[in-house]
Design a protein around this ligand. Sequence first.
Ligand code: ATP
Length: 245
Amino acid sequence: MENETTMKSAPMLRITDLEVYYGAIHALKGLSLDVQEGEIVTLIGANGAGKSTTLRTISGLIAPKSGTVEFEGKNIAGTGAHEIVRAGISQVPEGRRIFAEMTVLENLELGAFTRSDKDGIAADMEMVFTRFPRLKERIAQQAGTLSGGEQQMLAMGRALMSRPRLLLLDEPSMGLAPLLIKEIFSIIVDINKTGTTVLLVEQNANMALSIANRAYVLETGRITLSGDAKELAASEDVRKAYLGG
Ligand code: ATP
């Protein structure tokens, strides 16, 4: 019932007719998508389809040539990346991009750069350690010496330190062993259950569709299919193209 109510309200994120270029390369060709508050939405597609470009445009790292990115009713397209974090969107970039020379604690503190509420920051740090006990054990360790899975956890923990309402995840499964992928995905579900909306970009379409409410399929800068994640996972076209038959 709750979901039905949510589905009828205005979307938390609405992207309309986004056109993005890298010089002469036309990376996004009129891309439109919606994310409702409370959902996990996944964006799947082959290498180079424009998945990362979509996330980087939402988070303000790239300015679109045209089109709008509305978050909670305001157009944020072309706004600075810091402002977008302040507005309530945080991105976990592809390849983690943690600060390798800094400790786990310093990386997490940097995630709270938009905030000055010391008590709230301390409470969220505890929440991150509860979610990722391995980070607590390694609080003083140099981040560059963490394993791949631990670095993914740190990148997610750092993003959570800004207390985002919308979390953008770029290929969290990349380079991780199957067991760790399962762990990371179950943490994504938990994060979503505690009130954070999630937009997830993945090459691992099987895993992504298994946790998402809805999905969009992206091909060379355009959405070619969208719908209920379970229905897309069952569709023959999607199975053939993205799920290994
Ligand atoms: P992958 O799964 O391989 O990361 P993707 O779907 O995330 O792929 P993008 O990284 O968004 O795809 O790339 C979309 C297109 O834009 C590709 O053709 C890519 O080569 C191009 N592109 C991406 N970044 C740049 C850049 N900095 N300069 C020029 N072209 C770029």
